[in-house]
Write a protein that binds this ligand. Sequence first.
Ligand code: ASP
Length: 312
Amino acid sequence: MRDCGNPVLLVHGGAGALPESLDAASAAAAHAALASALRAGHGVLAEGGSPLDAVVAAVSVLEDAPAFNAGRGAVYTYEGLHELDAAVMDGATLRAGGVAGVRNVRNPVQLARAVMEHSPHVMLAGSGAEAFARQAGLVCVDNAYFDTPHRLREWQVWRDSGDRNPAPYFGTVGAVARDAHGRVAAATSTGGMTGKRWGRVGDTPVIGAGTYADARAAVSCTGWGEFFLRTCAAHSMCARVAAGSTPEQAARAIVLEQIPMLGGSGGALLLTADGGWSMPFNTAGMYRGCIDADGRARTAIGREDMREAAAV
Ligand code: ASP
């Protein structure tokens, strides 16, 4: 997959089996949302914003898009609610923020950033994270705001199947960006896995598992979170880049070798400070896109090459 020249921003909207409900209209909506996220992040960078500003802008667009399992459109828990996880990390400073199990914050990625910038902590969870969100002035919504008919159907199918393991209906969102000075940042946001219970937290908000950035590379993961947690996936990829691996070697070693060997599945975005990149996935598809410095956006869903997004 060498179909993006010199990217400044990569986004994903989750890796997994392509849903049966993915008709032409839903695919078009997903492509359009990926392109809007790319343009939002690119616009921030073009105006001199930081890579952190860019990934938060891009992920906020994807959280608001009902096609993806993050923010509005998040999957349902065992109890039929939504519990959201998110994280951000700034590679230049190694500052990071994460939130887990929040039920009422419209854009969890913005809360993760607020944790990083306005609290003395890196990770907040549950009701404490909600209290902090209110104090930080973030937009709070009723849990029903995150409801969508397609996720409800997935939850009903999962419940009626009698399976008590969480179902891998993926759709997590994430972004990695780099600015003209070669600084990078990463952000990821998710509703987790359908039917999750007992306060389950996946890899997404855990720094080093689903999200990581350092001076050389930024990574955002998607997939079966337990496996990304066990392999410290995002940090492992960055460590490989620091040790001299190419982006392709670093990302493939974890996503195409280590994780499937353990029985897991998913994908990742990896972007290096010098503009190298890789976005492997070991699933049927991964909603994904990239944009270069000139603002040319490309997107794809299945195994096909990314194609130029329609102009707006
Ligand atoms: N990694 C997420 C989790 O396990 C799910 C996903 O990426 O779709 O919570």
